[in-house]
Design a protein around this ligand. Structure first.
Ligand SMILES: [Ca+2]
Ligand SMILES: [Ca+2]
Ligand SMILES: [Ca+2]
Length: 133
């Protein structure tokens, strides 16, 4: 399956499709579940959600991906980033929502389980007194 650098497999792998992913605009690769392989997250603009594909074995991704967000939280997301925001060792997700004019933070609670941050997304970028620690 793996070939020399600069050489790609002849057969491409297709993930998602409508209606799972509607209008994917951007994708990020990160080892979300910390099992050593890279997983994929797409920001689906038209669908107003994110799709997470965990890699099961090299080149094989789970058939039923995880969906995060909806029109109310991730409104027309144009991009997504993965980084350990809260410093607890696992990767968290942030989407930039063009429709909502805001960011949505998904903190990873346990491997493969995410929760939208309790703070209202509209409050991001506007620090409150409790942030000044
Ligand atoms: Ca992984
Ligand atoms: Ca994996
Ligand atoms: Ca984290």
């Amino acid at each position: 399956m793996f070939q020399s650098p600069g050489s790609f497999a002849a057969a491409s792998l297709t993930l998602g499709g409508f209606p799972t992913m509607n209008g994917p605009f951007s994708v990020v690769a990160a080892d979300l579940d910390e099992d050593g392989d890279q997983d994929l997250v797409s920001a689906n603009f038209n669908g107003s959600n994110l799709t997470v594909f965990f890699q099961l074995s090299p080149g094989s991704f789970q058939a039923s991906p995880l969906t995060l967000g909806d029109f109310a939280t991730t409104n027309f997301p144009a991009s997504v980033a993965a980084t350990d925001l809260d410093g607890d060792g696992d990767e968290d997700l942030v989407s930039a929502n063009q429709g909502g004019r805001n960011l949505t933070v998904f903190l990873q609670l346990s491997h493969g389980s995410f929760a939208a941050a309790r703070r209202r997304p509209s409050a991001l970028g506007r620090p409150t007194a409790s942030d000044q620690r």
